[in-house]
Design a protein around this ligand. Structure first.
Ligand code: NDP
Ligand code: 8X3
Length: 253
């Protein structure tokens, strides 16, 4: 019997790579909106471990609870929760920003994380056991121009992580946050609403982190001994020294 890890945003990027990295040592609950991708990943990983898929939008409070509460009894004791689902929507000066984009980022990155956690953490408290990994960002601690609401949503994840760690401390539950810098995933494609040329440009002229780089660190965080909690970790590509400081090879941009 392996411990159970639930990963939100497992259809792409960091969440998918985390599922692949954890498959040997964990039973997996893979969550996301794109069902076909969940099914393809489940098929890939089923040779290594047992997999459940949950197909919901983290913004839909009722659906979050319905899906998680509806897990088969053998899957209810979730040991590790990876709150990864999230994205940036748009990159605009504050006064030009779209209300729809703002609401998407707050609803997904913050409220979605709250709904999923509320559906899972009370059981961890009851069992006095569990590990929550929140995916924050360098954006949550180093605001950059036009990042405004995305940065605010990740800053909220940072504050919330610290609050959760305090409140869950007496129950022996680990709460950790990893704050990656630039990771080449579908993140910029989503931010720029499908403009792949603009998205590709973000990662030109330097070596960004890969989703696998981040997943390896998440896997390391999760597999530390019971008395060790890597509470807060900033993970950057070597070329990055801050949200706006990235050393690029100008000739290849
Ligand atoms: P991707 O776009 O590759 O993956 C995002 C994942 O989130 C997808 O699996 C997507 O699944 C899921 N998701 C998005 N919206 C929803 C929703 N409403 N309901 C359920 N799932 C949703 O980006 P990344 O892998 O880069 O992003 C993962 C996390 O890492 C995010 O929280 C992001 O903010 C953070 N991060 C990313 C960095 C980067 O540079 N890439 C750096 C620092 C942090 P689906 O669309 O199928 O629902
Ligand atoms: C994603 C990294 O710098 O594009 O959180 O906001 S950044």
């Amino acid at each position: 019997m392996k411990p159970i890890a639930l990963i939100t945003g497992a259809t792409s990027g960091i969440g998918k790579a985390s599922a692949q990295a954890l498959a040997s040592d964990f039973f997996l609950i893979l969550c996301g909106r794109r069902r076909e991708r969940l099914e393809a990943l489940a098929n890939e990983l089923q040779v290594k471990t047992d997999v459940q898929i949950l197909n919901f939008d983290v913004r839909d409070k009722e659906d979050v609870f319905k899906n998680i509460d509806g897990l088969p009894s053998a899957w209810k004791d979730i040991d590790v929760l990876i709150n990864n689902a999230g994205n940036a929507h748009g990159l605009s000066s504050f006064h030009d920003g779209s209300l729809d984009d703002w609401e998407a980022m707050i609803d997904i990155n913050l409220k979605g994380l709250l709904y999923v956690s509320k559906a899972i953490v009370p059981d961890m408290v009851h069992r006095k056991k569990g590990h929550i990994i929140n995916i924050g960002s360098i954006a949550g601690i180093d605001v950059y121009p036009k990042g405004n609401v995305y940065c605010a949503s990740k800053s909220a994840v940072d504050a919330l992580t610290r609050g959760m760690r305090q409140d869950l401390n007496e129950y022996g539950i680990k709460v950790s946050e990893i704050k990656p810098g630039l990771v080449k995933t579908e993140f910029s494609k989503v931010r720029f609403k499908g403009d792949t040329t603009r998205a590709e440009r973000v990662y030109k002229g330097f070596s960004p982190l890969s989703a696998q780089d981040v997943a390896e660190v998440i896997s390391f965080m999760i597999t530390r001994p019971a008395h060790v909690n890597i509470a807060d970790l900033l993970l950057l590509p070597t070329a990055q020294a801050g949200s706006t400081i990235v050393y690029k090879d100008q000739a290849s941009i």
